[in-house]
Design a protein around this ligand. Structure first.
Ligand SMILES: Nc1nc2c(c(=O)[nH]1)N[C@H]1C(S)=C(S)[C@@H](COP(=O)(O)O)O[C@H]1N2
Ligand SMILES: [Mo]
Length: 203
């Protein structure tokens, strides 16, 4: 039996439906930490989240203002392009939609580029960020989101491979055209749908 077959058999023993695993993925109970560069430190008094580009009202949202927005919880599976998946991860935050509504997205906007600290970028189709489970996440498993997992704030787009979920999120840029981000320019698939196994260029 291959590693992947054993992993699916183990899932079944644990009482999970192995069909929750997208093609080519294995499940893990660990929560790996994966990023390029350092974990940034912040002064939350000066931290802000900017929303700009194809919007009527560009925003600079302070931490205090962000935390006053309607909070919600999302329990979801996450899928990393390096093949691990983790089930039933529990996140707290505000729906991306809430913030985009406040900025007033132009009818021409199609794409959002998420900007993380230190220039990390990733492009996400606007409709993905209007979904109920797309969050600006500040909490994980009942606690503040740990800095190594993207705290104080990360994007959560659980329907796409996890590289689209930018850690240390600082800005959402609305565009009327598509524009590949950091990994999308460096070999990863532009769309990144795990169910269609869109991992790399040419997949
Ligand atoms: N700012 C930033 N966000 C990032 C990354 C990064 O390098 N920088 N890596 C991405 C990748 S490739 C993955 S798999 C996930 C990993 O999130 P985790 O460390 O919380 O598991 O973060 C994504 N978000
Ligand atoms: Mo990744």
């Amino acid at each position: 039996m291959s590693f992947f077959q054993r992993n699916r058999a183990e899932l079944e023993r644990l009482g999970y439906d192995p069909d929750r695993l997208p093609p080519g993925q294995y499940h893990t109970k660990r929560f790996p930490v994966l990023h390029v560069g350092d974990v940034p430190a912040y002064d939350m008094a000066t931290w802000d989240l900017r929303v700009y580009g194809s919007v009527r009202t560009p925003l600079g949202i302070s931490w205090h203002e962000l935390r006053a927005l309607p909070a919600t919880e999302v329990v979801t599976d996450i899928h990393c392009v390096t093949k691990w998946s983790r089930f039933d991860t529990r996140w707290a935050g505000v729906r991306v939609r809430e913030v985009l509504e406040r900025a007033g997205v132009d009818d021409t906007a199609t794409t959002v580029v998420a900007h993380g600290e230190f220039g990390y970028t990733t492009n996400v189709p606007l409709p993905e960020l209007l979904a109920d489970d797309a969050l600006l996440a500040w909490g994980y498993d009942g606690a503040d989101l740990a800095p190594e997992h993207g705290g104080p704030l990360r994007l959560l787009v659980p329907r796409l491979y996890f590289w689209k979920s930018a850690k240390w999120l600082r800005a959402l840029e609305l565009l009327d055209h598509d524009e590949p981000g950091f990994w999308e320019r460096n070999g990863y698939h532009n769309d990144g749908d795990p169910w269609r196994e869109q991992r790399y260029w040419g997949d």
